[in-house]
Write a protein that binds this ligand. Structure first.
Ligand code: PLP
Length: 439
């Protein structure tokens, strides 16, 4: 009997009691390779001594000081590091406790920016179908996952949703990836024209879509065109890198690979690597200046923003990644894992697509490879794959995908950056068997 309202009420969950490196252990002594890091959270794996040391030290010295009264050393140092490594134009950081909070804050920053600039009529948000930006009301309103939104629709602020960049399903045979990217980006131009540019505040998108689609990267040129369109119309570009950011794709920020810098960027998961709940918004100099020369404040704030222990943990995580050259490992191990998965599952009659970047890979499960028809959602294949994998000691994330508005089955593989060759073999092998068993 549990008194916790768990995500799923029926069934029992194993009790996690320990984590070391790429493995988690439950109370019954079972070991699991953590090949999804929760949902792309545990970038350093579990029990990293440097992070644990930093946590102890900070908790010992100062656990909490309200940000209305004080700043703190770990928060200042982390902000310096994040800005030093940020995309061009980013000058400041706003700390929060997770991804949804980061999206809420970014949307409010966008709104306040235009109010400060004397353009209060700019309030429309454009986002994409098949996106996930979090579960709080503002973030859920921005997200385009029909299933997650459905029953809360009456509480959600109006958001305009346009087509996602989803080459596997929507690229025509007669167009290149680049041509497809330009065609989808034109949807943003059309929507801005339809609404009237003077009413549009921001466009928000994940450079590599995670939770709703299983690691779907933008095709080359798409984000560049999106950036141009936003610039032409004075619309802010918010890139949500909560899942795909902080090194997961092989560069610190996924958008670097697209040659694009946002006005606002949200980060979380890999920032603290699961050692503490922490997220952040990175904002441009222009937005900071509008606040600084205007009202002199950002009208927002939560009790735990800039929490010293959370910042100390994130600082330690990011220092280890830098010191140990782990982004290089993400790139080489990502390539190897992709080849192993392609070898083991490429010919599988129900694996329609294998995609992603770095150690952020997704598989799309289909009933028919030729027509790309998904399985009947009632079969809940993504959940069956997760269970079959768990029974074999492997954790992969069943991305709750939507395919053109309907539920599809996707599997997300996102192991820690410290993963080694023998782990990759075990991941590919166990996942292959789990898919064979479940499908
Ligand atoms: N944005 C993206 C792209 C995400 O993938 C997620 C979580 O999966 C969120 C926002 C919300 O983050 P959190 O669950 O930390 O609130």
């Amino acid at each position: 009997m549990t008194h916790i309202l768990h995500r799923q009420i029926h069934g029992t969950l194993p009790v996690a009691v320990a984590g070391r490196g790429v493995e988690l252990f439950d109370r019954d002594g079972r070991a699991y390779i953590d090949a999804s890091g929760g949902a792309a959270v545990s970038c350093l794996g579990h029990g990293h001594p440097d992070v644990i040391g930093a946590l102890h030290e900070q908790a010992d010295r100062l656990a909490y000081a309200h940000t209305g009264f004080f700043t703190s050393e770990p928060a200042e140092e982390l902000a310096d590091m994040l800005v030093a490594n940020a995309p061009t134009g980013i000058s400041h950081v706003y700390f929060v406790s997770g991804g949804s909070e980061a999206v809420e804050a970014a949307l409010k920053m966008a709104r306040q920016y235009f109010v400060e600039k004397g353009e209060p009529q700019r309030r429309a948000i454009i986002a994409r179908h098949q996106s996930y930006h979090g579960n709080t009301l503002g973030a859920l309103a921005a997200g385009g996952n029909a299933m997650r939104r459905a029953q809360f629709q009456p509480l959600l602020a109006e958001t305009q949703h346009i087509e996602p960049c989803y080459a596997y399903r929507h690229r025509r045979d007669d167009e290149s990836e680049e041509e497809y990217g330009l065609r989808v980006a034109q949807g943003l131009e059309d929507k801005i024209q339809e609404l009237g540019a003077e009413t549009v505040m921001a466009f928000i998108a994940e450079p590599v879509v995670g939770a709703t689609a299983g690691a779907v990267p933008a095709v080359p040129g798409y984000l560049k065109r999106v950036r141009e369109i936003c610039d032409r119309h004075g619309v802010l570009l918010i890139l949500d890198e909560v899942m795909c950011g902080m090194g997961r794709t092989g560069t610190l920020h996924a958008c670097t690979q697209d040659g694009v810098a946002p006005d606002l960027m949200t980060i979380a998961k890999g920032l603290g690597g699961g050692y503490q709940p922490i997220g952040a918004v990175l904002l441009s100099q222009a937005i900071f200046d509008a606040f600084a020369t205007g009202s002199g404040l950002f009208q927002h704030g939560h009790t735990y923003i800039g929490h010293p222990v959370a910042c100390a943990a994130a600082l330690a995580v990011q220092r280890v990644i830098e010191r140990d050259g782990l982004l290089e490992n993400v790139r080489t191990m990502g390539e190897r894992l992709r080849s192993l998965l392609a070898e083991r599952l490429g010919p599988h009659p129900h694996v329609g697509d294998l995609r992603g970047r770095g150690l952020f890979l997704g598989l799309e499960i289909v009933e028919d490879r030729a027509t790309k028809a998904p399985f009947d959602p009632a079969l809940k294949l993504h959940a069956r794959i997760k269970q079959a994998a768990m029974a074999r000691g492997l954790l992969v994330y069943p991305a709750g995908g939507t395919i053109d508005g309907a539920r599809g089955d996707h599997v997300l593989v996102a192991p820690p950056f410290i993963v080694e060759d023998q782990d990759l073999d075990r991941i590919a092998d166990r996942l292959g068997t789990a898919i064979d068993e479940a499908v």
